[in-house]
Design a protein around this ligand. Sequence first.
Ligand SMILES: CC(=O)N[C@H]1[C@@H](OP(=O)(O)OP(=O)(O)OC[C@H]2O[C@@H](n3ccc(=O)[nH]c3=O)[C@H](O)[C@@H]2O)O[C@H](CO)[C@@H](O)[C@@H]1O
Ligand SMILES: C=C(OP(=O)(O)O)C(=O)O
Length: 433
Amino acid sequence: MEQYVIKGGQPLEGEVTIAGAKNAALGILAAAVMTDQEVIIENVPNVRDTRVLLQAIQGIGATVRYIDEHTVSICGAAINPNSDLCVDDEFIRKIRASYYLLGALLGKYKHSQVALPGGCDIGARPIDLHIKGFEALGAQVDIANGIISTHAEELIGNHIYMDVTSVGATINIMMAAALATGKTTIENAAKEPHIVDVANFLNSMGANIKGAGTDVIRIRGVKELHGTTYSIIPDQIEAGTFMVAAAATKGDVVIKNVIPKHLEAITSKLNEIGAHVIEYDDSVRVMSDKRLKPTNIKTLPYPGFPTDMQPQMAVTLALSNGTSIVTESIFENRFKYVAELARMGAHIRVEGNTAIIDGVESFSGANVAAPDLRAGAALVIAALVADDFSVISDIKYIQRGYEKFDEKIRGLGGKIEKVDTDKDIQKFKLKIG
Ligand SMILES: CC(=O)N[C@H]1[C@@H](OP(=O)(O)OP(=O)(O)OC[C@H]2O[C@@H](n3ccc(=O)[nH]c3=O)[C@H](O)[C@@H]2O)O[C@H](CO)[C@@H](O)[C@@H]1O
Ligand SMILES: C=C(OP(=O)(O)O)C(=O)O
């Protein structure tokens, strides 16, 4: 089983290039099957979730071809509309974004079947808003034997109000409505950068979507979509993770291929706690040379502080010179890293959706397990700061969303290696000393 072994204490220094956004890629790859023409998608992050989704897309009959490591060609022409279009296997059940195939296939073929989604175990994660959205467009939705099925004679545009802001439901409804008859309005839509990216992608295929990035999205259905070439935006969360890692290790890192506007919530918190962030056109530089200050954080939908950055920032605050309060308002089970971090000497108390963090001067290396994707990344940051060696197991979660994470950290001087066996761990320890 792959693990990371890390020797902490080295400030991260140098330059790192950020991959395409996982959460935009997942929507865009699914939406690519909505035309029979070839779609070429550039800047696709080569992570486990995108590979699993591409396999599923191939599984329903589409032609999928890697042009290079980050460029994928998808052609839906060979999909048989009369097949059951059923997407289900042990891998697809583990990812969240499998549900985008529900909206994409429903829009194009007026029916779809997908296994109930998985994704990180960070809360109950219901899909009622997706279902209500499809039903509002005239689809019948059923769940049986772990499969969600949709079916419609015709999809008809409607006015949809979402009582909870949901990234997934906004994207799913947008995809289905793009090929519905008439006009759909989504009110209280999510505004994350990946919503805008999926909308821009669909528009580049001939869809008519306006207002993405605001809380009212208006979609005028079109008869069909056509092929396109499209480049995915940089990953806001991967960039934020390296920003926080630079600050936590008292390093100096230039993070390249980013959209600084998407990072504002993270930049402003890092500046507030005493790190120094400089923004350039498509990069940011994060520097820190002293112990950081505490602060309070509340996760919120974009443009608020992203829940996907909460664990990484909490690790940084756990090393600050005071008490911080972190409130998680999106997912009810996103503090699972706290027990692991305690093994490294962190002082964090969780009460409901709040973590009270009393900063400590340093962490000590420990053997810990990644409970989910971002918590895993947070534990890597903690290990990069800790005295001595740490071993992080269950890195399969981290690999869901970070491309070449260990390689990129090594490029910044971090002492990390991906290993398989205890013998490899001993070898690393002897090498690093
Ligand atoms: C693949 C992907 O893009 N995942 C991201 C997406 O997840 P995901 O799309 O699952 O997250 P949502 O934005 O839908 O969830 C936000 C909140 O709405 C609730 N909700 C959601 C749908 C629904 O039908 N009913 C309902 O009550 C959820 O339980 C949660 O409390 O956005 C999250 C919030 O930014 C991120 O943490 C995830 O990284
Ligand atoms: C929670 C995440 O992903 P998913 O929604 O795919 O589980 C994430 O990217 O942090």
